[in-house]
Design a protein around this ligand. Sequence first.
Ligand SMILES: Cc1cc2nc3c(=O)[nH]c(=O)nc-3n(C[C@H](O)[C@H](O)[C@H](O)COP(=O)(O)O)c2cc1C
Length: 205
Amino acid sequence: MQQADFHALQAAADKRRSLYDLSDILPISMDELRGLLSEILRTTPSGFNSQTARLVLLLGDEHLRAWDIIQSCVQPLTEPTAFEKTVDKMNGFRRAAGTILFFEDGAILRDLEQRFPKFANNVPLFSAHTNAMHQYAVWMQLASLNIGANLQHYNPIADDALKAAFNLPPAWELHAQMVFGGILSPASKPREQKRPVDERLVVIG
Ligand SMILES: Cc1cc2nc3c(=O)[nH]c(=O)nc-3n(C[C@H](O)[C@H](O)[C@H](O)COP(=O)(O)O)c2cc1C
């Protein structure tokens, strides 16, 4: 890798934080955003090159509708006092520009399990890894464009309601929801090293 490539990539990795104070104003157009997600789908690896990741970009009223749906799925499972805080948090998500739903196509995964019985137990693990790689690629690219994002996990409780609302295939499996928007405030804390990097890196030889 050229040094310049390394620095550009690492600068984007360094910019990527969990940001929650987001606006609905983006520094890029919706077409550019769509292009960015297409490029990530084209270039991100997947187990067996199965290309199981599915991204759903929700904008405008559809982004708001997603959070109404998720909120109504969470409400019956949450104590009323805790639910107030949940609504506050979700109102923050609503103020952002959009949400990307990250799915895996379960129909392809079940087919892989049948065709490769020796690897069948690992298919869900590969699927989760594949999806996480897409999540990170999107998060880092958004950061490189000064777009803030945070990652949410209201799956599996909201899977069925979201798939029904947006006419998505029942076999798709929801892995994460990424809320994104213009950056109104930086991360609340500096990047934290709970475990020193030196303890987490082993170099042998
Ligand atoms: C697998 C995974 C799951 C996460 N789930 C959530 C989540 O459900 N809600 C949330 O607000 N942040 C979530 N995060 C964000 C982490 O809390 C965050 O990345 C971590 O604290 C480091 O902070 P940073 O993103 O600002 O570097 C998740 C991150 C990862 C990698």
